[in-house]
Write a protein that binds this ligand. Structure first.
Ligand code: C2O
Ligand code: CU
Ligand code: CU
Length: 544
């Protein structure tokens, strides 16, 4: 069933009315089609008193949000803190990551309690809210002692890395509050790239991430052809902040569309300043729970994409004026300093991901927003550095995966079950019980295996989006190659040979990927809009 009709028919009356009282107030900037003339719920037959039965966590009292400019802007981009390697052994990276509540005062006199990863780090103890950077090399064995000082169980998932399934922070491997767990894995050759880590407990990932738990990982290759470029790290996260300084729970709209706050932070700062004096290699992380980032540098300023999630492309993509990163995705780009001083706004341009409106239709896309202000101040460069900063025509060899020996189908769908939604106390972890996001017709069940694959068997997966909004597909434990996209019978082969672990799937689209798993065990795959993941748009792949 088309979701939009479903909403119009069954969700429209009750929930739309609720939203006018609560969550809607926070989304007042968006016009909601069909809201005009709706009476209160009590005016509707059979609806009287319904709101008293609604589980309270999903309809938090109106939260007044901090103003859009309440956080200071314009400070220099904070450097990421880097996790210190406590091991003296070659090829061994050993450190402790502690997840714990931590106060930061962003609004004067109204401190905010984040949940944050901390550990021994290279720079300031009061660094950005982003978790510390784990900077390691191919071949390294990584041993992270995770100390959970949160009030909830958690896990650490190593997004994109080919780590053994039992070390990958699956929802089935929860670390209890107060407990400690050691993760250990070795980074194989060819794994150089831009990754991240975040919690993965079922039904609590969204909250743990929106309270601040996420951090970057870089895996470096010994023979990196771009090692001559100075690097800049831009870790994008989203923050919804109440006027009293607290981080509010998700409301109905957050659960439905994925949470987007009023702030987009770069390394923990709002709209920082970046001074570019020479050509730079930027690593970009979209660590937002749900926000799509369609980057541009304003006024047609061009840049070169050199990498995706799983490291360098085979060939650089020259002359880009924009680059879309769905939640969970990363990229590497080369930004040229140019020959004369200039300014450019690093912008998230309008991207319509077809967020749902109540009771029907879609919300208009968010307006463009400046994420950072870039000042190009080119310094005269010597010949030596010019040569060093040339981008090779071939960055590395990427061998296309061989012909598939098996095929798999993954279908995204949604449904809203009004009866379940209104059952008193039906909410778990503050989630609206009746809002279902599904894979292959079912919500996630930890006891069920969704798909089974053989180790080392190349497969082609067709990921089909039968909903009316975009969903970013993510598969654990491996990097895959996008083969092509199909929409309305038209097939577009993927022009780019690249390793990815996350790919956006638009409504009505089928994305085909070639993928292979190298280790036996259970792997997760899911929508990387974390609210959708928590609401069940996740499956288990059993590799045998
Ligand atoms: Cu970024 Cu299953 O995760
Ligand atoms: Cu992942
Ligand atoms: Cu989704």
């Amino acid at each position: 069933m088309i979701r939009r009709q479903f909403l119009a028919r069954s969700l429209g009356a009750a929930v739309a009315s609720l939203l006018t009282r609560g969550a809607f107030a926070q989304h007042a900037g968006h016009s909601m089609q069909g809201m005009e003339g709706m009476g209160s719920m009590d005016d509707m037959p059979g609806m009287a008193g319904m709101h008293h039965a609604m589980p309270s966590p999903q309809t938090p009292p109106q939260v007044s949000l901090a103003a859009d400019d309440a956080l200071p802007a314009g400070a220099p981009l904070p450097e990421l803190r880097t996790l210190v390697n406590s091991s003296g052994e070659a090829g061994m990276f050993r450190a402790t990551l502690i997840a714990a509540p931590r106060k930061h005062t962003l609004l004067a006199g109204r401190p905010t309690t984040f949940w944050q990863y901390n550990g021994a780090v290279t720079n300031s103890a009061e660094g950005p809210v982003t978790g510390p950077l784990i900077d390691v090399r191919e071949g390294d064995t990584v041993e992270i002692r995770f100390v959970n000082r949160l009030p909830q169980p958690s896990t650490i998932h190593w997004h994109g890395l080919p780590v053994p399934p039992d070390q990958d922070g699956n929802p089935s491997s929860m670390v209890a509050p107060g407990a400690t767990h050691v993760y250990r894995f070795t980074l194989p050759p060819g794994s150089a790239g831009t990754y991240w880590y975040h919690p993965h407990p079922h039904m609590m990932s969204a909250e743990q991430v929106f309270r601040g738990l996420a951090g970057p990982i870089i895996v470096r290759a010994a023979d990196d052809p771009l090692a001559g470029f100075p690097e800049r790290h831009l870790f994008f996260s989203d923050l919804k902040l109440a006027a009293d300084g607290s981080i509010p729970a998700n409301d109905m709209m957050d659960w439905m569309n994925g949470r987007e706050g009023q702030f987009v932070l770069v390394n923990g700062a709002r709209r920082p300043r970046i001074a570019v004096t020479e050509d730079e290699r930027w690593r970009l992380w979209n660590a937002c729970s749900a926000r799509y980032l369609r980057f541009s540098l304003g006024a047609g300023q061009r840049f070169v994409q050199v990498g995706t999630d799983g490291g360098l492309l085979e060939k650089p993509r020259e002359g880009l004026t924009e680059l879309l990163l769905a939640p969970g995705e990363r990229a590497e780009v080369i930004v040229r300093a140019g020959s004369a001083p200039s300014q450019a706004p690093l912008t998230a341009d309008v991207y319509d991901r077809r967020k749902m409106a109540m009771p029907a239709g879609s919300l208009p896309p968010d307006p463009a927003r400046v994420l950072a202000d870039v000042a190009f101040q080119p310094q005269p460069a010597g010949e030596a550095s010019d040569a060093m900063r040339a981008i090779p025509a071939t960055l590395r060899t990427i061998v296309p995966l061989s012909a598939p020996v098996a095929r798999k189908s993954v279908v995204f769908s949604e449904a809203m079950d009004m009866a379940a939604m209104h059952r008193s106390g039906a909410s778990v972890h503050g989630m609206p019980a009746g809002m279902r996001f599904m894979i292959n017709g079912a919500s996630f069940d930890p006891k069920r295996v969704t798909l089974t694959s053989r180790r080392d068997a190349v497969e082609e997966w067709a990921i089909e989006n039968r909903t009316d909004m975009d969903h970013p597909f993510h598969l654990h434990g491996t990097q895959f190659q996008v083969v092509g996209r199909e929409r309305g019978g038209v097939i577009t082969p993927e022009p780019l040979l690249a390793w990815r672990d996350t790919v956006n799937v638009q409504p009505g689209e089928t994305v085909r990927i070639a993928t292979v798993q190298r280790m036996t065990g259970d792997r997760m795959f899911h929508c990387h809009i974390l609210e959708h993941e928590d609401l069940g748009m996740m499956g288990t792949l059993k590799v045998i």
